[in-house]
Ligand binder design. Structure first.
Ligand code: NAD
Ligand code: DAU
Length: 352
């Protein structure tokens, strides 16, 4: 079955907006994209303003909540959706610790609603691709990697809700024969990421000469992947992946948080010029650790490498420099997010 009308959920968020841009500008996809997003605090339709203008025939935005079954029904009735790429989620671990409820609603109930919709319209659904995270596997010690067969052991309300959603997606394949694929990816970075996550937060605080909060002693390790490499992996899985399978996606780029923050300081010093007080590394402040903070993530992505011929193309050096430049250059996007003006625009355009 050919995909001609792909529903992308969460397309106004960080990875979703990069994925829609990739699909329309860089991939071989010729069909339409329906971007369904509830426009939570993490969404910014301004990330796709140029796309909406340049692709009026191929790009449609619908404001809807995946927790709202009736709204979903309307979208599926109005648009001949034949594939789904599901990004919509509450995605920030710290927020899941202070308020887990929204994570249960969106990540579990919302995914369930979407699966039910796909089941209802199954005869026209070529694929349900579920975008998930390496955090479902829990935490590693100094050795080893997560593989597709590593047992799930999530430690935060966020990762537990994503783990539950992965299980639901898999169950809909086994039980109802829904054509599904799942990807579990490591930490993404790049343009349009909401500045509550480590890399954009540190870039913007460094630019402004503010304190740079590092949790615990900064030794926690993450594997970083440039967002466009993730988007390319998702599209490959959607077009060439095997139904019912999961694919780990990673950057082969493990880094301790302190090292990431120091690298950002050095790049911002070089690109924006030094602060009168001296090098930005001086702004690093060790703060109280995140409760249940996973120590290390590392991904074995040999499956997608050997079966789909995928590899990351961006190195951390080139990707981080590109990312810092994007945040320094895109002052309008940054200022509107920092000041909250992007919310005022959304309210004016779509209501509360
Ligand atoms: P994000 O927080 O930047 O964006 C999430 C988007 O989903 C927002 O636009 C938001 O408005 C939308 N959304 C939230 N609740 C919704 C609801 N109830 N109905 C409709 N839309 C809703 O997230 P992200 O970082 O772009 O992550 C996207 C997906 O990728 C998530 O499923 C996340 O678990 C997964 N993932 C993220 C990373 C990462 O490093 N950011 C890594 C691996 C996997
Ligand atoms: O591994 C994939 C996951 O990566 C995704 O599933 C999540 O959606 C995404 O948010 C990300 O989760 P992390 O918790 O790893 O990302 P975050 O940017 O919040 O934090 C990265 C690391 O930096 C983590 O070890 C916590 C630390 N940290 C974070 C912040 C915000 C700090 O030291 N200081 C900070 O201010």
């Amino acid at each position: 079955m050919l995909m001609k009308n792909i529903l992308v959920t969460g397309g106004c968020g960080f990875i979703g907006s990069n994925f829609i841009r990739f699909l329309l500008e860089e991939s071989n996809y010729q069909g339409k994209v329906i971007n369904l997003d509830a426009l939570t605090y993490a969404a910014n339709p301004e990330s796709l303003a140029d796309i909406a203008e340049r692709y009026p025939q191929r790009y449609t935005f619908v404001r809807a909540d995946i927790c709202d079954k009736e709204a979903l029904q309307e979208v599926f009735e109005e648009h001949p959706i034949d594939a789904i790429c599901h990004f919509a989620a509450e995605s920030h671990v710290d927020r899941s610790i202070s308020g887990p409820g929204a994570f249960i609603q969106t990540n579990l109930i919302g995914t369930f609603n979407l699966l039910e919709m796909a089941r209802h319209y199954q005869e026209r659904i070529a694929l349900f691709h579920h975008v998930s995270t390496d955090e479902v596997f829990g935490s590693l010690g100094a050795e080893g990697f997560f593989t597709e067969s590593t047992p799930y052991k999530p430690n935060s309300p966020y990762s537990a809700s994503k783990a539950g959603s992965d299980h639901l997606v898999r169950a809909y394949h086994k039980t109802y024969g829904l054509p599904v694929t799942i990807s579990n990816c490591s930490n993404n970075y790049g343009p349009c990421q909401f500045p509550e996550k480590l890399i954009p937060l540190i870039i913007l605080n460094a630019r402004e000469g503010k304190s740079l909060p590092v949790y615990g002693d900064g030794s926690n390790v993450r594997d970083w992947l440039y967002v466009t490499d993730h988007c390319r992996a998702i599209w490959l899985i959607m077009t060439e992946g095997k139904h019912g399978e999961t694919y780990n996606v990673g950057g082969d780029n493990e880094m301790a948080n302190l090292q990431v923050v120091e690298s950002i300081c050095d790049i911002v010093d070089r690109l924006a010029g030094p602060l009168p007080e001296g090098p930005r590394r001086q702004l690093i402040t060790f703060v109280k650790d995140r409760p249940g903070h996973d120590w290390r993530y590392a991904i074995d992505f040999s499956k997608i490498r050997s079966s789909l011929n995928w590899e990351p193309t961006e190195t951390f050096d080139t990707g981080l420099e590109k990312t810092v430049r994007w945040y320094l250059d895109n002052t309008t996007w940054v200022e509107r997010v920092r000041s909250g003006e992007y919310r005022a625009w959304i309210e004016k355009q779509y209501g509360e």
